[in-house]
Ligand binder design. Structure first.
Ligand code: SF4
Ligand code: SF4
Ligand code: SF4
Ligand code: FES
Length: 948
């Protein structure tokens, strides 16, 4: 096992179908028209020296190292910028070329520190390689003249250094920042000899617009931009391909290792979701895996006010099993349940739901997807027949119009955002529907054609008003609708949306968006070519979340924007395996593959395989479990990889539910907030410590590969197996691949999935079965999965959460790039330099009338509770709207969110809470009390205390 070296062909491939023939160094070569001579040579195994070229960026032609001679042409053109042509006869190695190249290299080296032996990039430096490749043996110019050797290093970024003295001004970093990342943080300042890379006038990297994606570090051919981990640890010696465990983009990485230590994470060019790019979290924020806060031993305690006591795995699991058995015999079979994690693997979530259904004997299993994308499952299966997005990420490259609604991709799904921004720079039009002026509304070289800053809670009204325009102005794609949709339902829907009360003019009266803007956006969506909708939790986390998803589905059907690249309905899933957790049967009413538990045939198959009788009644959802606990009927909960105290709405109610239980088992990496109410703690393992698969937002199933032994001794899947065994329900798997084999055997959409296939193809998108053995990148091609597409009436019903004199502002919540969800991982990395605390964004007008200044502590009070955090005054939010992130437990943002939820799925209404804000002196009383409780609850007994 060594390092994986991906071939760098120097320039991008050509998409042309036309083949041309040329000769390079005497070899006849056939390549696609438009290919560069450099790439054609590389594809034939002939390496042309290069420095400024790399195949992830457009050719630039600045270093003059890749010169070639072409028969019949004068001069020595650069092979990276010269395209092939039929009949060309090219030489890459002639005495003249060798001499020219040595001269070029000599100039570079004469202004470069000669500290190769002690340089962190020694052995991984293209400059060093090229000096060898061109046969440079001496440098005739001394260091006495003007040079850059004394330039200071910029060490401001926590993850990489910038040593300008080693820079050869090849501009690969600048181009990576522009072309790959789309941030435009870097420039080349000065001219000629004075040219230097700069992160902005006088700025350090940390002060600049840089978002620390690392694309420039990866592109740099020298040690100028180097990961600090490489400087500290040294060059890696082997690599393992695995999948990021943060967001639903599902970036593929090479974990580059020295022994059991991660040296760096390098985005994998073959990764079909990310195509070699990443964000700051996946590339750099993996230090939590070895953070001192990791709990590595199982712990138990009798009461939540007791200190924890470390015990062996056997003791912890025997205790857990005996408690659950005791509870079930005393309170009944339905008094216990389990929560699967959208952060864990498919195999792990499948095991937990199996444990609940077959081991506990009830269907009380739910998942954190409940609180984010359950309306997506409901809405898309109702309208189209499948609980998932319709496209792959590549699809965006074919879009002409992109609607982003209730999502903030540059923060939440950064690698997808980079791909989207590239398409927008290349000419696609953008419509943003969001209460906040998110970055995409205006970012370098991208400007939304329309921004609809709707009032939180009015999604359904605005989406229906868009449909009104499409129907009223005869913009419906009738041929598509006639061929693919249920016509009677379409007619009913068309009559409904055409009603005057659904017109932009009527909706504008309460939605905060001008009627003309709604009309213009609808026209653009319906007539602008391939139109794709991307949406996030700003759509689903509402009392009408499922209705809004169906309103989006209606729009795509009415305009025929389904079933081909460039279009579709695309949920941007929050966590790495939200899609997978849902697919695996984590909801109380569904077995894997979304078969209802009342489906006798499906149940019978599982009963035969598992050797048990299954309950045909759906079990409890998370909120119902908590309600039942408060009522005294629900007593035991096994929570794998989730922090419901922090992530679920109405924290007081969650705390009351947990406190009413007799045995709460938390399995996690850290003593999270929920563990403050737990009686048994089972240490979890990170994605680096286990084998499995994740399924990303495109339905793409990708391998997670173990790169180090579990620090706690067991992978999460092994812990669930051991718990099941202790309960007397043995599950027998020697490796996660065997769990996947079972999943494939019982889940029609996974029928063709196996680890062997994933190893061979890299990844597959379900459905993967006999009809689509290599998976399905785009769904509903040639017809909907459910048969005829179904238009659903989307009557707007205002949420019960209304503003009024007591609570005049609407609070909405979201994420920031550097932090992830409840922050348990990212807060334990250097990412805190970008986001040390959650802030309350408030419009200057609302701040002024309340006497709130930037940075002041502000009390935020709702019907549910009160918290306090510091203010950030900004016109990103409109007057009447305030916004915060929820990454820090000290903030307790969910203390104020209410228990209103989506009518169909119970997904909480996080995005709309009526609040009042006023200056305060610091954290609220409740926050202080909670902190004291948490500190007490986290105590781990010293051995002496245990002995007593
Ligand atoms: S880390 Fe990313 S955003 Fe920052 S300068 Fe490099 S490419 Fe640009
Ligand atoms: S920092 Fe690296 S990539 Fe950027 S110009 Fe200098 S040598 Fe090239
Ligand atoms: S957090 Fe998301 S975008 Fe960032 S590297 Fe991981 S999967 Fe990719
Ligand atoms: S690699 Fe072609 S000019 Fe630099």
């Amino acid at each position: 096992m060594g390092l994986i070296h991906e071939t760098d062909y120097g320039t991008k491939p050509s998409a042309s179908a036309k083949i041309v023939t040329l000769t390079i160094d005497g070899t006849k070569i056939e390549v696609a028209e438009g290919t560069s001579i450099m790439r054609a040579a590389m594809e034939a195994g002939i390496q042309v020296p290069k420095l400024c070229a790399t195949d992830t960026l457009d050719a630039f032609g600045s270093c003059r190292l890749c010169l070639v001679e072409i028969q019949g042409r004068n001069g020595t053109p650069a092979s990276c910028t010269t395209p092939v042509a039929d009949g060309l006869v090219v030489s890459t190695q002639t005495p003249r070329l060798k001499q020219l190249r040595r001269g070029v290299m000599e100039l570079y080296i004469s202004d470069h520190p000669l500290d190769c032996l002690t340089c962190a990039a020694n052995g991984d430096c293209e400059l060093q390689d090229m000096a060898g490749a061109v046969g440079l043996r001496e440098v005739r110019y001394g260091y006495e003249g003007e040079n850059h050797l004394g330039l200071a290093k910029d060490e401001s970024n926590p993850y990489f250094t910038f040593d300008s003295s080693k820079c050869i001004a090849c501009s690969r970093c600048v181009r990576a920042c522009e072309e790959t990342q789309g941030t435009f943080a870097l420039t080349i300042e000065g001219r000629g000899f004075g040219s230097r890379v700069s992160a902005g006038a006088g700025d350090t990297f940390l002060e600049s617009d840089c978002v620390s994606c690392g694309a420039c570090v990866q592109a740099c051919p020298t040690a100028t931009l180097t990961e600090k981990s490489v400087i500290e640890i040294g060059q890696p010696e082997h690599s393992v391909v695995t999948t990021c465990a943060y967001c639903g983009v599902g970036c593929s990485f090479k974990a580059e290792m020295r022994g059991q230590e991660v040296v760096r994470m390098v985005p994998y060019k073959d990764g079909k979701a990310n195509r070699g790019h990443s964000c700051v979290k996946g590339r750099f924020a993996w230090g939590y895996a070895t953070h001192k806060d990791r709990i590595l031993n199982p712990m138990i305690r009798a009461k939540i006010t007791d200190p924890w006591r470390e015990v062996s795995w056997d003791e912890a699991l025997a205790h857990a099993a005996s408690e659950f058995k005791r509870i079930q015999s005393k309170y009944g079979r339905n008094a216990v349940g389990g929560i699967t994690s959208s952060r864990c693997t498919n195999e792990e979530t499948y095991l937990v739901q199996k444990l609940v259904r077959a081991g506990f004997g009830n269907n009380n299993v739910d998942t954190c997807a409940r609180v984010c994308h359950s309306p997506t499952g409901y809405g898309l299966s109702t309208t189209y027949g499948t609980s998932a997005g319709t496209q792959d990420f590549d699809s965006v490259e074919h879009a002409d119009v992109v609607v982003v609604i209730g999502a903030n991709p540059t923060d939440g799904h950064p690698v997808f955002a980079s791909r989207l921004k590239k398409r927008l720079r290349d000419g696609a039009k953008l419509i943003v529907i969001d209460p906040r002026r998110i970055d995409l509304v205006r970012t370098p070289h991208v400007e939304a054609a329309h921004h609809l800053p709707l009032r939180p809670g009015t999604n359904v009204a605005v989406l229906t008003a868009l449909a009104h325009v499409i129907v009223a102005e005869s913009l419906v794609n009738e041929a598509f609708v006639r061929a693919n949709c249920d016509l009677a339902e379409f007619d009913r829907w068309a009559a409904f949306v055409a009603e005057e009360r659904n017109s932009p003019e009527e909706v504008a009266k309460f939605a905060g968006v001008a009627a003309e803007t709604i009309r213009a956006a609808a026209r653009l969506y319906a007539t602008g070519g391939n139109a794709a909708i991307y949406y996030g939790l700003g759509v689903t986390e509402h009392s009408q979340g499922s209705t809004a998803v169906m309103a989006i589905a209606n729009l795509a059907m009415a305009t025929g924007n389904i079933g081909r690249p460039g279009v579709g309905v695309n949920p941007l899933r929050g966590q790495n395996n939200v899609q997978g957790a849902c697919d695996m049967g984590s909801f109380p009413h569904e077995l894997s593959g979304y078969r209802h538990v009342s489906d006798d045939g499906a149940r019978a198959m599982f009963e035969t395989l598992w050797g048990v009788t299954l309950d045909k009644e759906p079990g409890l959802r998370i909120p119902n479990m908590l309600d039942a606990a408060v009522d005294g009927a629900f007593k035991g909960l096994y929570i794998q990889g989730e922090d419901i105290l922090q992530s679920d709405p109405d924290t007081h109610h969650v705390a009351a539910g947990l406190a009413a239980m007799e045995c709460v088992i938390v399995q996690d990496l850290f003593l999270n907030e929920t563990a403050n109410y737990a009686h048994i703690f089972l240490p979890g393992s990170t994605f680096l410590e286990k084998d499995g698969t994740f399924t990303n937002a495109e339905r793409r199933i990708q391998r997670v590969r173990k790169v180090m032994a579990p620090r706690n001794g067991l992978g999460d899947w092994e812990v669930t197996l051991a718990f099941a065994k202790a309960l007397g329900f043995a599950m027998d798997y020697a490796h996660p691949s065997q769990i996947m084999d079972e999943i494939a055997a019982v889940t029609p959409t996974f029928k063709g999935v196996s680890y062997a296939k994933l190893d061979e193809l890299g990844s597959v998108q379900w459905p993967c079965n006999d009809k689509a053995p290599e998976g399905t990148p785009v769904m509903h091609v040639g017809g909907f999965v459910r048969g005829k597409g179904r238009f659903v009436i989307t009557e707007y019903v205002a949420t019960d959460e209304r503003v009024g004199p007591r609570f005049p502002l609407l609070l909405t919540t979201g994420r920031i790039l550097s932090q992830y969800n409840v922050g348990a991982q990212t807060r334990r990395t250097a990412n805190v330099v970008w986001h040390e605390e959650d802030r309350l964004e408030i419009n200057p007008h609302d701040a002024e009338v309340r006497g709130i200044r930037d940075g002041d502590w502000v009390a935020v009070r709702s019907r549910a509770g009160e918290t306090a955090l510091r203010a950030l005054i900004t016109d990103r939010v409109a007057a009447g709207v305030v916004y915060t992130t929820f990454h820090h437990p000290d903030t307790q943002a969910n203390v104020v969110t209410t228990d209103y939820s989506d009518w169909a799925t119970n997904c909480p209404e996080y995005k709309v809470t009526a609040v009042q804000c006023m200056p305060s002196n610091g954290p609220s009383d409740w926050q202080s009390r909670y902190r004291a409780h948490a500190d007490r609850s986290r105590r781990i007994a010293k051995p002496a205390e245990v002995a007593e």
